[in-house]
Design a protein around this ligand. Structure first.
Ligand SMILES: [Cu+2]
Length: 93
């Protein structure tokens, strides 16, 4: 599902770009393998907001718990985006 409230500074048909993000996991959807992340500004791409991101790999998704503080790489290709290189900085458990 694409967030409608999002204003992104990207246009379609660009090569994949990568941004570093820091945020907190708000909720997880194991079925869709998505994480809703409250993140700070992602310079050059997006303002600070809370939104849902597909997590590219199962092993990255398995690391996540609600409340975890994470860093990740956002892979952006046109209007598609996903998270990779997920690192949990401080866990909630
Ligand atoms: Cu957004």
């Amino acid at each position: 599902m694409l967030p409608v409230a999002c204003s992104r500074e990207s246009s379609p048909k660009e090569p994949e770009r990568h941004y570093q993000m820091t945020g907190v996991v708000v909720s997880l959807d194991a079925k869709l393998q998505t994480a809703t992340v409250k993140h700070g500004q992602i310079k050059g791409w997006m303002e600070a907001m809370t939104m849902e991101y597909p997590v590219r790999s199962k092993s990255d998704f398995a690391k996540l718990h609600e409340g975890d503080k994470i860093t990740a790489t956002v892979d952006v290709s046109g209007s598609d985006y996903s998270l990779s290189n997920v690192q949990v900085q401080s866990g909630s458990q």
